[in-house]
Design a protein around this ligand. Sequence first.
Ligand code: MG
Length: 250
Amino acid sequence: MKKLLNLFLVLICFVSFAQEEMPKMVPGMTEIWDPEVTIITPGETPSDAPSDAIVLLGTEKAFGYEWTNGEGQEPEWDFENGVATVKRGTGIIKTKRSFKDFQLHLEWRTPAEVVSESQGRGNSGVFLQGIYEVQVLDNYNNRTYRNGQAGSVYKQHPPLVNACKAPGVWQTYDIIYTAPRFNDDGTYFTKPRITVIHNGVLVQNNVEVRGPTEYIGIPEYSVKPHGAGPIKLQDHGNPVSYRNIWIREL
Ligand code: MG
């Protein structure tokens, strides 16, 4: 009983001490003013590059200024008025620059003339850090496997919804990417994370990527440590076009 009374007295002392020492909170105590948040100029519309973006594909620069083919030579796709179109059989194009964490905007258009079905219709892809594919495909009235359709992280995460526009119509992707970090033994410390907004609709919500994109096989088996990497656009044999590509490093 005496012990209990002592404990009670100690508690009373502690509470009254805490009350005395705790300063009265005012709004300014939780306001942070410095350093001031960096001021940038946003684009006229959300599709236009803001002032702190690197424009990778537009009308101002020659095609080969930011892009090469798979061998590091001049890109071989068709390029006119800021629009790059897959030239079948010439292979991927990739950025000369490498990126880690970023916000990427790009616009793509599958051929107006519908040819083939499933994965054979308007297939291309955006490879983040050169190895993680966000699928580009004409899935307007075109079924395919759900984890391989437009807006999927290919063979890993199906899109939340099918937000495709018709073939021949320009579509947008806004992609937010967090690069992986690695342990000393080469395994992921944190996995890559991807958010995709397709035509203004969230289709990937900060999903965790299992490993590099594999057409055949298990992504986890091919994980290798890597640093910054390029943006690669896929030649899957269909004349898919791209325009207005810009990136903000985070
Ligand atoms: Mg593809």
